[in-house]
Design a protein around this ligand. Structure first.
Ligand code: AMP
Length: 281
């Protein structure tokens, strides 16, 4: 596996690979790799000639009071794990490399961002769309792999690829979980021990909601109230949101219908965790 540090080297490589007729599978991440990222890498490995992993903690997707500085980083470990998954190239640019000087263009996501994390993290998806636009131009993938854990991100990336005509297939991969149900996340290491013990209640509350739906409940307010009760009774976290929307449109629902997402975000002392399930009736 080769590590690439500059945008120029990355783009030259992908142009060369394109000329050779090789398909590139791309897994963009912020590093501190866990089995969720590795599932994306495995699928990319199975479906493409060449696998490119990027590790870049993107400052423009963090708000001023968010955890950019304390976001966990361990490049040497990531490099080992990526190599073990047989990634071919690891693109690891610096902030200056991705954002040299004053920007002349800003990308602003206009659809599906006034709900969920988009509403709670103003500018977050603008930063995601901006960095992905740059990364897509540099890596020129045929397929790009994203986790359903960040389901709103999947919807936004779908909009980016469609609107800007990127010749890229978006592949959405199921959420990988710990044995106790907690969705794997780089941020889990920032949970205090007691919070880590409580955190499985997030997925448990979503499973309870699923059971309610399966037993015939269709009222969104009732389902949300049940989730909120479980979170409040079992964790010291603060509820940022518990929400149900149509998916992938992310439009409000009073009564369940069609495909929908049940999503939550819980703020612990040093980590904000998100999780969701997508169901259809
Ligand atoms: P991140 O490094 O957190 O930006 O995540 C990079 C990619 O990995 C994103 O597409 C995430 O949705 C995906 N991802 C993160 N956690 C998981 C997980 N537990 N299961 C599957 N994919 C994940």
């Amino acid at each position: 596996m080769k590590v690439i540090y500059t945008a120029k080297d990355m783009q030259e490589l992908s142009i060369q690979l394109q000329r050779q007729g090789k398909t590139i599978g791309f897994v963009p991440t912020m590093g501190f790799l866990h089995e969720g990222h590795l599932a994306l890498l495995k699928q990319a490995r199975a479906e493409n000639d060449v696998v490119v992993l990027s590790i870049f903690v993107n400052p423009t997707q963090f708000g001023p009071n968010e955890d950019f500085d304390t976001y966990p980083r361990d490049f040497k470990r990531d490099e080992r794990l990526a190599k073990a998954e047989e990634a071919d190239y690891l693109f690891y640019p610096s902030v200056d490399e991705m954002y040299p000087g004053q920007a002349s263009i800003s990308i602003s996501v206009t659809n599906r961002v006034d709900v969920l994390c988009g509403a709670k993290r103003p500018g977050h998806f603008d930063g995601v769309a901006t960095v992905l636009t740059k990364l897509f131009h540099l890596v020129q993938p045929k397929r790009a792999y994203f986790g359903k854990k960040d389901a709103q991100q999947v919807a936004v990336v779908h909009g980016l690829i469609t609107d800007f005509k990127f010749p890229i297939e978006l592949v959405a991969v199921d959420t990988v979980r710990e044995d106790d149900g907690l969705a794997k996340s780089s941020r889990n290491v920032n949970l205090l021990d007691a919070e880590r013990n409580e955190a499985p209640a997030l997925y448990r509350s979503l499973q309870e909601a699923k059971q309610l739906v399966e037993s015939g409940e269709r009222d969104v307010a009732t389902i949300k109230a049940q989730i909120e009760r479980t979170i409040k009774n079992n964790t010291r976290g603060t509820i940022d949101y518990v929400a149900i929307y149509s998916y992938p449109e992310l439009e409000p629902l009073n009564k369940l219908d069609g495909q929908f997402i049940i999503a939550l975000a819980i703020q612990f002392s040093k980590a904000r965790l998100i999780d969701n399930i997508i169901m259809a009736i």
